[in-house]
Design a protein. Structure first.
Length: 439
């Protein structure tokens, strides 16, 4: 406990801790405070806990850890903070310190080692895992598992998640793609595409749609082979050193490319990539390289707006559509109007803004598995707002949000009347008929 205390004193950013004025502007925007009305479950409350530990006023005990772990890390507090407190960075540092000194049980050690060290950093293993999942879905095993009730032996939240998994590609479908793709028509911009780990396996179809959209927008695309997982899961989960290792791999993979922008299509990945400069701020060798990387980072929807994608013919059957913000896309990358403009440009769509669309859906990486009770409360409130729009299509810009909203639709018994889709897939669906006609 004493060693952890010393680490808090050495590593926590005292200036950021003191910047919090306790004004309370963050409170209405914090999902966990909204649900609990508990000061310790708010951003300023958690900062007060971190400050008290750093000052030696309280011990970094289990109660402190639980309050920090209950935070979704949505960072909705940051845009409304008049002091510009970097709450997300404080939270990640505190979690990393706690994890460094925590004595995990043997099962937890094994699970963390497999997840953080053996699986996510190795894209070939991610593809093999996805291939096994595809075999489970396509071979009849899934039907048998559901029919026999064997899934009931899984934790409740995992049972629910199994229901809403997308139909994933087989191993052969995840073949190596070209590292360079030409624009369709006049080349307007040279870009590189960050493919991600889950996005390039479980959501491969969305990545393919993204590449097609970039081509149609006039982009010459580089897709560097050595890139890896962004490290967000590690950074948020107290595995900062591993996150840094992966960040270095990504910086190396992209820095040699002669491109105008690095494009991402997942809000969670984009936000962590955006913070690479913060990750290496005290590293003389990597600080400048990280800054150069982050300076080129751009979300797909922002680029499409920049390249006049709105002027293309876009049309879908008549339907009411609403948009669920990716917290990190909105709060970290500050992208919110661009996806809405793209949706509103599609003929046939009646766009209906959801009440509190900017509030977290309760996914937050693996939060919905680790904190199922709070996650469910947040999702239930979100689904109430969805139903008020009468939308038949929910659009989002992050895989975790997409799965969480699908879970909400499933829980409400609305799977036959409401679909959840990534914005890249919907945009390709809207423009593709015109491309086919032209060709």
């Amino acid at each position: 406990m004493k060693k952890m205390q010393i680490d808090f004193e050495l590593r926590m950013d005292e200036e950021q801790l003191l910047n919090c004025m306790r004004c309370g502007f963050c409170l209405p925007h914090c999902p966990t405070y909204f649900e609990t009305q508990d000061e310790a479950a708010s951003p300023r409350g958690r900062i007060a806990l971190m400050k008290a530990v750093t000052d030696g006023l309280i011990e970094p005990d289990e109660d402190v850890e639980n309050h920090l772990n209950l935070c979704l890390g949505c960072r909705a507090c940051e845009p409304v903070c008049p002091s510009n407190v970097k709450y997300g960075h404080l939270l990640e540092e505190a979690r990393d310190i706690i994890n460094k000194h925590k004595k995990h049980s043997l099962p937890a050690k094994v699970a963390r080692n497999v997840t953080f060290k053996k699986l996510f950093p190795q894209q070939k293993r991610m593809k093999k895992m996805t291939g096994l999942l595809s075999f489970y879905q396509r071979s009849g095993l899934q039907k048998a598992a559901r029919k026999t009730g064997v899934l009931k032996f899984l934790p409740t939240q995992l049972q629910h998640m199994e229901k809403i998994l997308p139909i994933v590609p087989g191993y052969k479908m995840m073949k190596e793609r070209p590292t360079h793709v030409s624009a369709i028509g006049v080349t307007k911009k040279k870009v590189a595409f960050f493919t991600g780990c889950l996005m390039d396996t479980m959501f491969l179809e969305t990545n393919e749609a993204t590449i097609k959209l970039l081509q149609l927008a006039g982009c010459e695309i580089s897709i560097p082979e050595p890139q890896t997982c962004c490290g967000a899961l590690h950074g948020h989960g107290g595995e900062k050193e591993t996150a840094k290792e992966m960040a270095k791999r990504n910086i190396k993979a992209f820095e040699q490319l002669d491109v105008d922008a690095v494009i991402t299509n997942a809000g969670g990945c984009g936000a962590f990539l955006h913070d690479y400069d913060e990750l290496f701020k005290n590293d003389e060798e990597w600080a400048e390289r990280a800054q150069q990387f982050t300076s080129k980072l751009q979300d797909l929807s922002s680029l499409l707006i920049e390249l006049d994608f709105l002027k293309k013919p876009l049309s879908l059957p008549e339907q009411v559509v609403t948009y669920q913000d990716s917290c990190h896309l909105r709060n970290v990358m500050r992208v919110s109007t661009e996806p809405r403009k793209l949706l509103q440009a599609i003929d046939g769509i009646s766009y209906k803004e959801m009440n509190n669309a900017d509030h977290c859906c309760g996914s937050a990486g693996i939060y919905n598995i680790l904190e199922p009770e709070m996650s469910t409360k947040i999702l239930e409130r979100k689904m109430k707002h969805v139903k008020e729009t009468n939308a038949v299509t929910i659009v989002t810009s992050n895989p975790g949000c997409l799965l969480q909203m699908k879970l909400g639709v499933e829980n409400e018994g609305l799977a036959d009347s409401i679909r959840v889709v990534h914005i890249a897939d919907l945009l390709l669906e809207a423009v593709e008929p015109f491309v086919l006609i032209k060709s």
